[in-house]
Ligand binder design. Sequence first.
Ligand code: ZN
Length: 71
Amino acid sequence: MSVIKVPEADSAGWSCANCNVELTMQHVELEYLDSLFNVELPACPQCGIVLIPETLALGKMNQVEHLLEDK
Ligand SMILES: [Zn+2]
């Protein structure tokens, strides 16, 4: 499975509000349109919370839809 990288999702400067530790880039499985995608996103190494940037929620998912349509 290919990993979707989101240039806008940079872990630099982000920290978890709960644990107060810096987020690290992790491969996260996202379910969307009945498909599972592997997306590289900043996530908290302690509690596992994942930062989903607004750009991903709004824009990148459109790209994913296009990927699906191209199949
Ligand atoms: Zn945390």
